[in-house]
Structure formats: C-alpha cells, structure tokens
Design a binder for this molecule. Structure first.
Ligand code: SAM
Length: 279
C-alpha cells in the first residue's frame, strides 16, 4: 500500500479508539492539505533528514514522507501513538523511525544514529504548546545544530519569536531567536483547524540558523543581558542593567542609557553582550 492510499487519519483514530489527551498537549491536524502545506513551508526535503517531535496520529509525518525526506525520525512521548504509527512505518519501507521519548531529554545526534550521516537535518513539528518554547531554546542554543526548523506554536509565541524591534511582542525570545536564526511566521492557522481545537490560534515559524551565529559564550551573555533588560522592560536600561554594568556597559556598547529594552535592536543587544566582561 502507498501512503496516499492509507485511510483518513480520523478513521484510523476512531478504529483504534484513540482520544486526545490534554496532558500531552494533543491537538491534531487531521487535514492532509494542511500538513502538506506545512511540509512545503519547510522547503525542499529531498536529500534531508527530518526530526519530527510529537507525530501523534501521523498527519504531518505522512506529508513529510510524501515530500521525499530521506528519513524521518519521529519522537513521541505517548506510547499509544508509537504503537499506532507502526502501520505507517511499515508502509514507509525503512524511511520512518518512531522513537518513544521525551523530546526535551533526547540527544538528537544519538537519535539520528546511522540515518543520513552528513545530510542536513531539518526539525519540523506541530509542537505540544507546554514544551514548545523550551524545545526551541534547546535547538537554538544546544549542541545539536539543525539546518532549519519549521515549527507550529501558539500564535502569541510565534509573534514574539519573529517580532520586530519596537513592537509590543518584541522581547527576550525575539532577541535570542533572531540573534541565532532568521525567523519568520510563514503560516497562520485558526484554532478550528485542530482536533480538538485549542483555546488559541496557532502559527508556523520558519527558523534558519545564522551562519555568523554568536559563539556559545556570547549567547550566554546575551541571555544574561536580555533577562535583566526585559525583566523590567518599562524601565530605562541604565536602571534595569544596573546589576550587570549599568551606564558604563551601555556607553561601552554605544547604547543610549536612557533607552528602554524594547527600542534596542538585536545588534544593540549583541554589542551589550560583547561588552559584558567574563564572569
Ligand atoms: N503532529 C501531530 C499532528 O499535527 O496532528 C500531533 C501534534 S500535538 C499538538 C503534539 C504531539 O506531541 C502529541 O502527539 C503529543 O503526544 C506529543 N508530545 C507531547 N509532549 C511531548 C514531549 N515532551 N516529547 C515528545 N512528544 C511529545
């Protein structure tokens, strides 16, 4: 049987008696037109290995396999879906591996093992909302370096990731994400696109890590500076950064001490991080 000839996802769930569990953040995409659109937003997948987090009933997984990925490694915490996806894995003829694990703990390099050594690895997922931001931070700052990430977040988080300087949504997450990757919202989805519908709308963000990304040491300093700066975002930086060098640091970085965090662009924050002495 081919992937296209598989029964509709909804029928598969009903036949297996599978209901969504809130504790796993389960909101499923059962329309393959939508999952194919997400796969397309991730760019050409031929010649790439894909890590998918939370395949659930496998709608996005089907689209990823159809779009020609060399191999898909899907990490799923709910054992019911690991079992459920055995049929898809059989049809995929060795191109799909489903691993039962918590994506927060997983070592991505070990996970890939022998799959497509040397090929670019793209992370593509409709993420469980409760762990979406920690997963993004892990993939942006951790030792594993994906070639790209195409990730579904709740709309408000997606907006924060891609927010331009000066906007209401611009904050710590925007600075960290944009210092490390080019980030843009590529698709918006209303809550009704999911089964069961969540309380909020969603959006897909595409993140392409920067080739000139800051070093790990500089990233750590950026985390410190942004924590202080946005911890008290209404205050002037001379005051919110008092504990990490205050006015002297701001002047050394060429940033106006009377400015507020939300008016400083990513380059400004990088200059502040560079000016911060080693601790
Ligand atoms: N990809 C499916 C879809 O689009 O229909 C399901 C998406 S649903 C929003 C999130 C999925 O992540 C669920 O299948 C859930 O069981 C799984 N999940 C939740 N927490 C997880 C974790 N920490 N690690 C791996 N998978 C997790």
């Amino acid at each position: 049987m081919s992937i296209a000839a598989l029964p509709p996802l909804r029928d598969g769930l009903a036949a297996a008696g599978l209901l969504a569990k809130k504790s796993f953040g389960q909101h499923f995409l059962l329309d393959l037109n939508v999952t194919r659109k997400i796969a397309r937003a991730a760019g050409p997948l031929e010649g790439a290995v894909v890590i998918e987090v939370g395949p659930g009933p496998g709608g996005l997984t089907r689209a990823l396999l159809e779009s020609g990925a060399v191999h898909v490694v899907a990490v799923e915490k709910d054992p019911r879906f690991v079992e459920h996806l055995a049929d898809l894995a059989a049809i995929a003829e060795g191109r799909l591996t489903v691993v039962e694990a918590d994506a927060l703990d997983v070592d991505e390099s070990a996970l890939l093992a022998d799959h497509g050594r040397g090929l670019p690895v793209r992370i593509i997922a409709n993420l469980p909302y409760n762990v979406a931001t920690p997963l993004l931070i892990k993939w942006l700052t951790g030792p594993f370096r994906p070639a790209s990430m195409t990730l579904m977040f709740q709309r408000e988080v997606a907006d924060r990731i891609a927010a331009p300087v000066g906007s209401d949504a611009y904050g710590r997450l925007s600075v960290l994400a944009q210092a490390l990757a080019k980030a843009s919202v590529v698709m918006k989805l209303p809550a009704r696109a999911f089964t069961p519908p969540p309380k909020v709308d969603s959006a897909v963000v595409r993140l392409d890590p920067r080739e000139d990304r800051p070093s790990d040491a500089l990233t750590q300093k950026l985390e410190i500076i942004t924590r202080h700066a946005f911890g008290q975002r209404r205050k002037m930086l001379r005051s919110s950064l008092r504990g990490v060098g205050g006015e002297a640091l701001l002047l050394a970085a060429g940033v106006d001490p009377n400015a507020r965090a939300e008016t400083i662009d990513v380059d400004g924050f990088l200059r502040l991080a560079q000016a911060l002495p080693d601790s």
